[in-house]
Design a protein around this ligand. Structure first.
Ligand code: DAH
Length: 345
C-alpha cells in the first residue's frame, strides 16, 4: 500500500474513532500518535518519499497529525462530561447545602434586645421623624433659646428651612407621645440621631438612641432607679450594679447620669472606664413639670420619669467593640461575628 493510500485510510479511521472510557481514549492515542502508532510510522516511511511528492505528502501528513490531535481532544472532552453528569445527580437523599445568609447588624441586634426588655415590663414602642422641628427637639423640652446644644456646632440644620434640623436626640419623641396621648404612658423610642461631630473612634455624626418615658400619677425616682436596675441586670447579667450621679438636663428635674460596672475590665480599671471601674451608659431624671405642661399634661396631677441611652455605647460594652467607626465600615469580617441563630453564615 502506498503512503498516499495509507494516509487516506487513516483519515477515514479518524472520522470513525469513538471512545466511551478513558482507557479507550488512551488506546486511540497510542494507536495513532504513540511511539509505535500508525501516524508515527508514516512519518518514518515519509523519509523514503521522492523529491517530487515530498511537498504534497508532507502537507497531508502534517494535516493528518493535526486532525488526530483534534480528534483526541474531542474524545477527551466527550469523556469529561460523562462523569460530571453523574456527579451532578449525586445522592438525592443528601441534605441540601444551604447558601450563605446575611445577618442582623450588631446595632439592630442590641436595639432589639433593649426594646424587648422594656416591652417585657409593659413599655410600648413609639417613633418620630428624623427631620424634626425646633419645638419637638428643643423648645418643648425646655431648652432655653441660647442653649449651646442649639448651636451650629452641634446641630445639622436643614438648608433653607430655619425651623428644621436632624434630631439631635430621641427625646423629641417624648414630646410627640405626650402631645398625642393621655397618661398613663409607658413607651420606649428607638431611633437614629445626628450631631455635627468630627468622626473618630469615640464620636460619630450619626448614632442611635433609645429613649424611655413613663408618665402616671405618683411616679417616683425610686421607680426610675428600679426600672434601670432591672434593665442593666437583664441585659448584662444579675451581678451588674448601677450608680446614679447628679447631673443636669433641661427636660428633667432632678437629673442623673447612670453608670454601670465596666464590662471590659470587670471593675479593675481600663482605658474605656478611665480607670474608675464604672462606665456611663445613659442620662435620666424626673420629667420637668414645665415639659409636662408644654406637652399638655397637668404637672399637678401627673409626674414622670425619662431616660435616654446610646445604642452604640451599650453594644460596645456587650461586644467589646473598641472603635465606633467599625459599625459603619461594612467589613464582613466584623459583621459576621454577630450573625445569630438562623442568620449564621
Ligand atoms: N437626650 C439626652 C441626650 O441625648 C439623653 C437623655 C438624658 C434623655 C436624660 C432623657 C433623660 O430622657 O431623662 O444626651
Amino acid at each position: 500500500m502506498s503512503l498516499r493510500e495509507r494516509i487516506a485510510e487513516l483519515e477515514a479511521e479518524l472520522e470513525r474513532a469513538e471512545a466511551r472510557t478513558a482507557e479507550e481514549v488512551e488506546r486511540f492515542r497510542v494507536s495513532m500518535l504513540g511511539r509505535n502508532g500508525a501516524i508515527t510510522h508514516l512519518f518514518d516511511a515519509f523519509r523514503q518519499v521522492g523529491a517530487e511528492e515530498k511537498r504534497e505528502l508532507g502537507q497531508r501528513l502534517n494535516r493528518l497529525k493535526r486532525d488526530a490531535q483534534a480528534r483526541l481532544e474531542k474524545l477527551r472532552g466527550g469523556l469529561d462530561r460523562t462523569p460530571q453528569v453523574r456527579n451532578d445527580r449525586g445522592d438525592p437523599t443528601r441534605p441540601a447545602a444551604t447558601g450563605r445568609l446575611g445577618g442582623l447588624h450588631p446595632i439592630t441586634l442590641v436595639r432589639q434586645r433593649i426594646v424587648d426588655i422594656f416591652s417585657g415590663i409593659g413599655f410600648s414602642v413609639s417613633q418620630g421623624p428624623e427631620i424634626e422641628d425646633d419645638h419637638h427637639n428643643f423648645s418643648a423640652l425646655n431648652f432655653p433659646p441660647d442653649h449651646p446644644a442649639r448651636d451650629m456646632q452641634d446641630t445639622f440644620f436643614v438648608a433653607d428651612a430655619k425651623d428644621l434640623s436632624l434630631r439631635t436626640h430621641t427625646s423629641s419623641v417624648q414630646v410627640r407621645v405626650m402631645e398625642s396621648s393621655k397618661p398613663p404612658i409607658r413607651t420606649v423610642s428607638p431611633g437614629r440621631v445626628y450631631r455635627n461631630e468630627a468622626i473618630s473612634a469615640r464620636a460619630h455624626a450619626m448614632f442611635h438612641q433609645v429613649e424611655g418615658l413613663y408618665v402616671d400619677k405618683d411616679v417616683s425616682f425610686a421607680e426610675l432607679k428600679g426600672t434601670l436596675d432591672h434593665f442593666v441586670r437583664t441585659l448584662f447579667g444579675p451581678d451588674m450594679r448601677i450608680r446614679l450621679r447628679p447631673s443636669y438636663f433641661p427636660f428633667t428635674e432632678p437629673s442623673a447620669e447612670v453608670d454601670m460596672n465596666c464590662t471590659l475590665c470587670g471593675g479593675d480599671g481600663c482605658a474605656v472606664c478611665k480607670h474608675s471601674g464604672w462606665v456611663e451608659i445613659m442620662g435620666c431624671g424626673l420629667v420637668d413639670p414645665t415639659v409636662l405642661a408644654n406637652c399638655g399634661i397637668d404637672p399637678k396631677i401627673h409626674t414622670g420619669f425619662a431616660f435616654g441611652m446610646g445604642v452604640e455605647r451599650i453594644a460596645q460594652l456587650l461586644y467589646r467593640v473598641p472603635d465606633l467607626r467599625l459599625y459603619w465600615e461594612n467589613d464582613l469580617r466584623f459583621l459576621r461575628q454577630f450573625a445569630d441563630g438562623p442568620f449564621r453564615s
